[in-house]
Design a protein around this ligand. Structure first.
Ligand code: GRF
Length: 197
């Protein structure tokens, strides 16, 4: 990873949107903490009790708690992102639908992490353990993660990268979840870095 801070290269300012545990957000904050040209500048969250907010505090990253009313008015959100000079958005377990105006404003500058091999097990309602339960119920022999650009349709933007893991016949959804988590921890920061440097 590039750690030299003496260059005149422009820094890419990332906002991570996350609603829950935030293990991927924390992983990204750790990975880019001393990066020369990529900075996690903001964490956007819709849930006051989400642990991701504590991760942001621990890394000294400002966080923005958005309300449902604000979310109905994307201009407010866009202004707040502008105020933090955000260039790029990473969705890491953010459960509210992204308003079209925000998708347009960040066209080709917003990506999502999904815990299956899209187009399988994507779309509305497919998040968290529901994805892994569906994978187990269908007796899949492999699953994985997808990192993709965000467009107006859930989980249908162009795929940037996919990583796979086997599903054994005896695997439970919890076991699959652990395998997916390991893939996310290993690969997600690298994909973000490769895209932005
Ligand atoms: C991850 O599994 C990611 O693929 C999905 O939401 C989950 C977030 O987990 N989009 P965490 O909050 O980062 O632990």
């Amino acid at each position: 990873m590039k750690e030299i801070n003496t260059s005149n290269e422009k820094t890419t300012q990332i906002a991570i949107f996350a609603s829950g545990t935030g293990s991927n957000a924390a992983r990204l904050m750790a990975h880019f903490a001393r990066h020369a040209t990529i900075k996690i500048a903001l964490v956007v969250c819709n849930k006051p009790t989400a642990p991701v907010l504590q991760h942001a505090d621990a890394f000294g990253v400002p966080s923005l708690l958005v309300t449902a009313a604000e979310w109905q008015n994307p201009e407010i959100i866009l202004k707040k992102l502008q105020a933090s000079a955000i260039d790029f958005i990473v969705l890491a377990g953010f459960l509210w639908r992204i308003p079209p105006a925000l998708v347009d404003a960040f066209s080709q500058r917003m990506i999502n992490l999904h815990p299956s091999l899209l187009p399988k097990y994507g779309g509305k309602g497919m998040y968290g353990m529901r994805v892994h339960e569906a994978v187990v119920a269908a007796r899949e022999t492999e699953t994985g993660i997808t990192i993709h650009y965000v467009n107006e349709a859930y989980d249908e933007g162009a795929v940037l990268a996919q990583y796979r893991c086997p599903v054994a016949p005896a695997d439970t959804a919890e076991i699959v979840s652990a395998k997916i988590h390991a893939l996310e921890m290993e690969f997600f920061p690298k994909v973000v870095e490769n895209l932005l440097v």
